[in-house]
Write a protein that binds this ligand. Structure first.
Ligand code: ZN
Ligand code: ZN
Length: 667
């Protein structure tokens, strides 16, 4: 007989790992104990050598579905103690923390079956979950992952729920959000002023809630619905007028909305999805996948105007499944916010901010601690290309090849901000926080900094920030709010925007040597204080030289040139034709600009008034989009480039000639 200590690291908490170890140990006739600790899971196991080998093999090769085993270390454990059985013991909270936190997951098959079983005590219960599914990252306030450190702390389990929770053979064993109608949180349908219509406190009341909500949606009304990471605004996607109303109220003129369809069958006449797309749509992370629109699709054109793609997802919360059991049309499911503000995530916040948009609300008692948007990705050659990495994928870490000598807190850029915290050879990238231009998003950034440093127990040694002096994230580095005053003491390092892009890519692919990195981007502050964006850098992790870049042109009106791609067209034409520019304005563009506008813009360029130089690739796309008569004014970020992409013929193989010029650096 021998006794071993086994330490398992990875995503091993909150995913049914201890019951799995318990069952495997019993199967192999082993005694001992298993517990969570801040590093992961610790097992002391006693018994025959073959039994222990078999247990370790099962941990390495057949862990529970949502677990990610990164490292298993086995060592001799000297003790006189003889265990007579195997048990699961309380979490140990001492020591450095690097246990991985699981991400949020779609409801599993077993829970889904129970949700629709008439004689099940969770029939129609919208918070049904188990160790294989449900919320994690969004409800965690601290680690180790125990109920007391989640937003479920306030609910005490009833007898039957507690029995499941304490039964190692049950899939709800230590399922921290475990609950039922009797003892747990409920969902409620309310008017926009907060007046309750139906409170879903029992199966019957929940059925009423679903039927009423379905009727409301059928009438073309807008409903704000609480999900895993925040509120969605839902409306019938087949109803033009309803979608237009949502656009008006949300102050979102053109930017595409995402859709939710009941199942893959319902997708058939809406969008094209091959086997790989279908698999990704149905995975536990349930991202929004960009798919090609079907011609003659019944979906309202205003859902994604001037766009060949539709962003589509499948239901992932119990409530969404209940709704789609009753309705037979797709829903627009867009983030519950006004324009570019962050998504509303508390009931009060939603009622305050969304009352002018939504006609009705489905509120929920279980609080969301960290708001998180839906993830968005497209597939290319079968591989994932994340566009927004958020719900379902965060906080899975990126393993770095080398351990860094210091813990780094990187604060990210201004648009589509994320932060990153690195420690001990691992980089924890946050969810998509958003565009920092508004106050609420900046607050989200501060929450993310304190939350990530807390849950991972990481004390940063260095702060890395974007080189742009005016970015909100840069200002946060030098002038943090009082709650983050520790940031004041840390050394700061400015990082060039495109160098950061390229090194991120290197880290993702484990590249250590120098690379020739190509960053084709909109805007990033350069080392020469001009705006870069189409850059070829000879880069290594710690530095770079600028190998080449797109030719610099003026941005007449600075930010106005971003909003009005036609200005960039005139700037490029000026570069080429100089004084004769007016004769060369393409006919396709003539409807976009008045002669006065042309004069004014050219004067700005000529006089160099508020016209910074840029080598941006985004601005080049803008210029071509306007030349071609496609988009002269962008209503949302990158609209001109997106429309240009959709106008391009798919099998076009031609290319334009261009010159590489030596050292003609200007501006
Ligand atoms: Zn489940
Ligand atoms: Zn209960």
């Amino acid at each position: 007989m021998e006794t071993k200590r086994v330490i398992v690291r990875g995503v091993v908490q909150g995913v049914g790992f201890r019951p799995f170890v318990y069952l495997k140990a019993r199967e192999n006739g082993l005694a001992g104990m298993v517990k969570n600790n801040p590093q992961g899971v610790e097992i002391l196991v006693q018994g025959r050598h073959e039994g222990i080998v078999s247990l370790v093999n099962a941990i390495r090769n057949y862990p529970p579905p949502r677990a990610v085993v990164e490292e298993v270390s086995v060592s001799q454990f000297d003790t006189d103690k003889i265990w007579d059985s195997f048990s699961i013991t309380e979490s140990d909270q001492t020591g450095t923390r690097n246990a991985r936190i699981a991400s949020d997951s779609a409801i599993c098959e077993n829970c889904l079956e129970e949700l629709f079983q008439k004689d099940n005590r969770r029939y129609y219960y919208p918070y049904i979950n188990c160790t294989h599914c449900g919320p994690r990252f969004t409800i965690i306030k601290d680690i180790p992952y125990d109920r007391a450190s989640t937003t479920m702390a306030g609910w005490t389990m009833c007898g039957p729920c507690a029995d499941e929770y304490h039964d190692p053979s049950n899939r709800r064993f230590h399922a921290q959000p475990n609950a039922c109608f009797e003892c747990g949180p409920h969902m409620h349908l309310s008017e926009r002023n907060g007046n309750l219509i139906v409170s879903g406190k029992t199966s019957i009341r929940m059925q009423e809630l679903i039927i009423q909500t379905a009727n409301i949606l059928r009438e073309g009304k807008i409903v704000a619905i609480k999900g895993l990471g925040g509120f969605h605004l839902a409306v019938n996607a087949l109803d033009d007028q309803a979608v237009i109303r949502l656009r008006e109220r949300k102050n979102r003129e053109k930017k595409p909305f995402a859709l939710m369809v009941g199942d893959l069958n319902a997708l058939q006449n809406i969008a094209v999805a091959g086997v790989q797309e279908q698999n990704r749509l149905a995975c536990a992370e349930r991202p929004i996948i960009l798919l090609e629109k079907r011609e003659n699709s019944p979906v309202a054109d205003v859902v994604a105007p001037d766009n060949n793609n539709l962003g589509v997802m499948l239901p992932y919360t119990p409530l969404q499944f209940l709704l789609f059991e009753t309705i037979n049309f797709p829903l627009v499911m867009t983030s519950g916010n006004i324009n570019d503000e962050p998504i509303a995530f508390t009931d009060k916040n939603a009622l305050d901010r969304l009352a002018d948009i939504a006609d009705f609300f489905i509120l929920g008692d279980r609080e969301i601690h960290t708001r998180i948007d839906d993830s968005v990705m497209r597939l290319w050659n079968g591989a994932d290309y994340p566009i927004r990495r958020a719900r379902g994928f965060v906080p899975a870490p990126i393993n770095l090849k080398k351990k860094q000598p210091a813990n780094i807190l990187a604060l990210g850029p201004e648009l589509k901000n994320t932060i990153c915290l690195s420690h001990d050879g691992v980089a924890y990238m946050s969810h998509h926080i958003g565009d920092l231009k508004n106050r609420e998003t900046a607050d989200s950034l501060y929450h993310a900094i304190s939350h990530f440093t807390k849950i991972y127990g990481i004390k940063p040694d260095i702060i890395a920030h974007d080189m742009h002096p005016l970015y909100e994230s840069t200002q946060a580095a030098f002038d943090p709010p009082p709650s983050l005053s520790w940031m004041n003491r840390l050394p700061k390092i400015a990082v060039q925007h495109h160098h950061a892009h390229i090194v991120s890519c290197m880290a993702e692919h484990g590249l250590e040597e120098s690379v020739l990195g190509v960053a084709l981007d909109g805007t990033g502050y350069g080392t020469d204080n001009t705006i870069w964006g189409g850059e070829i850098l000879v880069a290594k992790h710690a530095g770079f030289s600028r190998g080449a870049s797109l030719k610099k042109v003026k941005m007449p009106g600075a930010d106005a040139a971003v909003r009005f791609p036609k200005r960039m067209s005139l700037s490029y034409l000026w570069e080429i034709f100089g004084e004769n520019v007016r004769e060369h304005i393409p006919a396709a563009m003539s409807d976009m600009v008045t002669p006065e506008e042309v004069d004014m813009t050219l004067y700005q360029i000529f006089a160099g008034m508020n016209s910074p130089m840029t080598s941006s690739a985004g601005r080049l796309f803008d210029a071509v989009s306007a030349f071609s008569g496609i988009c002269g004014e962008s209503k949302f970020e990158a609209q001109a480039a997106i429309m240009l992409e959709h106008a391009a013929e798919k099998d076009e193989k031609g290319s334009y000639h261009f010159d590489l010029c030596q050292g003609r650096e200007q501006g």
